[in-house]
Design a protein around this ligand. Sequence first.
Ligand code: TYD
Length: 217
Amino acid sequence: MTGLFITIEGPDGSGKSTQMVRLCHLLEQLGFSVVQTREPGGTVIADKIRGLLLDPLHCEMTSRTEALLYMAARAQHTAQLIRPALAAGAVVISDRFADSSLVYQGVARGLPQIDLVWLNRFAAEGLTPDLTLLLDGTVERLAERLAERGHRDRLDREGITFHQRVRQGFLELAASEPGRIRVIEADRDIESVWKDIKACVMDFLMKRGRSHAVADQ
Ligand code: TYD
């Protein structure tokens, strides 16, 4: 049986990491073999590229260089980690994937979508997630969360307009692919957000014929 590919997307500070931990735990309890990963990253090479991308000192990086580095990290991540794990039957959960490039480099930086769609296809060898959870929240709430986090990388430091474009870009993408991308309202307490994510994932598993796991729950 081939695995399932689930991604979690959303603007910076939308609380993805906390919910990811819970989701991995739930799926493990249901008996799935779970691989938790993130972009940019997931392999030694992709983590090195992550360092280049997020370093606040690299403020002279052009949008095209940025886009290609995210794609290079994705190519390595897909080939070395995601595809083999899916082939082995695992559920792969990735904190961000190709949608982030369409939104951050496409909508927010203004690079042509048509190029990014093609580059994504090339980098990910046509792989698309089976389910994407989009954590959506107001830019003001996100800014508060980022401030609480303290450390801010090169993209966190972008202005409010950039982050507003990111939020809008994600919502538009979700509207264009309602079957795959499920919007979760993230401006709430952790428990309420988690309740929605859990319901969404259970529904997805039932529809995918993995209901034996759900029934056991
Ligand atoms: P990270 O610290 O992982 O941020 P977060 O916790 O918010 O996910 O940093 C990843 C940053 O890279 C984040 O600002 C989004 C950005 N990004 C892109 O711009 N394009 C991409 O294709 C990906 C995967 C991430």
